[in-house]
Design a protein around this ligand. Structure first.
Ligand code: SAH
Length: 292
């Protein structure tokens, strides 16, 4: 079935979680790929899956219906920031493992109406949670030039061109669609710069806007600071991230917690075979820590 999302670094997740038993919290259930890997490979495991995206939630429910019927899979529409409340409602006070997969799901990227992609035209949306009001359109059209500059400087790591991109955006407003935005970024960057980049020249700008619209880095920091309290002694947390801003936060949070022991000195990386089969995995890094 083509909609099935192939989970990134599933082998590594099972290597580190395989000897645990009990409740596994999947903070970012997406299309249910990791949850399915846990449920099918770890005997007796129970998974609680969270997501804020309605499309992801309905796909995961369909994919894992059999486990739901067996009482081994529970799913809730919730930000992982509120994981504790969801667990409380299920009368679960602590879990054996926590998994976070911070990637974008292909479901989100491939639906142009969601406004995450610049390869096809779509509205400037980028909300993971449709219940939220603030969209990429609001950000692009109402933030000040200085706010935009800082966003691109810090989150897009556009050290050199942040100011130009921000100025071009402000000059070309209103900007309504993803292709319009990509064209404005194109105008802001010199031709040789665009040619020199390995990735699409607008990738980092779109990523920065997405991070801000969904408050992604703040959510991650907040959750990681509370995560040790949710884990049983000997329980483990594994986080898969896809860019350096996230990885820096994960590394710092796991290392600075006095309740955790980091099990991965260096982040784990996907195997070459995995990257060949699933190019989306190429930038993934996974860090794991254990509750004392
Ligand atoms: N591991 C999944 C794919 C996850 S993709 C699989 O194997 O299928 C990342 C998911 O995280 C997306 O579906 C996105 O909607 C979700 N997400 C993003 N921010 C979130 C948050 N704050 N709380 C819960 N889920 C979130």
């Amino acid at each position: 079935m083509e909609w099935i999302h192939v989970p990134v670094m599933a082998k590594e997740v099972l290597d580190y979680f395989g000897n645990l038993s009990g409740v596994f919290l999947d903070c970012t259930v997406g299309a249910g790929g990791h949850s399915e890997a846990i449920l099918t490979n770890i005997e007796g495991s129970v998974v609680v899956g969270l997501d804020v995206d309605d499309v992801a939630l309905s796909l995961a429910k369909r994919r894992l219906a059999e486990f739901m019927a067996q009482g081994r899979f529970f799913i809730a529409k919730s930000s992982y920031v509120e994981a504790r409340d969801v667990l409380k409602q299920l009368k679960i006070s602590s879990v054996s493992a926590i998994l976070m997969d911070l990637g974008m799901s292909t479901l989100q990227l491939s639906d142009s109406e969601r406004g995450f992609a610049f390869s096809t035209d779509g509205p400037l949306d980028m909300r993971m949670n449709k219940a939220q009001e603030f969209t990429a359109y609001d950000l692009v059209n109402s933030w000040t030039e200085e706010q935009l500059r800082r966003l691109f400087f810090e989150y897009a790591e556009e050290k050199r061109y942040a100011r130009r991109i921000a100025a071009f955006i402000v000059r070309n407003r209103p900007i309504r669609s993803t292709l319009e935005l990509a064209n404005v970024v194109a105008k802001a960057l010199p031709a040789e710069e665009k040619r020199a980049r390995k990735r699409h020249f607008a990738t980092k700008v779109f990523q920065a806007i997405r991070i801000a619209v969904n408050n992604e880095l703040e959510n991650l920091k907040t959750f990681l600071s509370r995560a040790p309290e949710l884990l049983k002694s000997g329980g483990r947390i594994g986080v898969i991230s896809f860019h350096s801003l996230e990885d820096r936060i994960v590394k710092e949070a796991l290392r600075s917690s006095s309740d955790l022991v980091v099990l991965t000195k260096k982040p784990l990386r996907p195997s070459q075979e995995e990257v060949r089969a699933n190019p989306k995995a190429r930038s993934a890094k996974m860090r794991v820590a254990e509750r004392k």
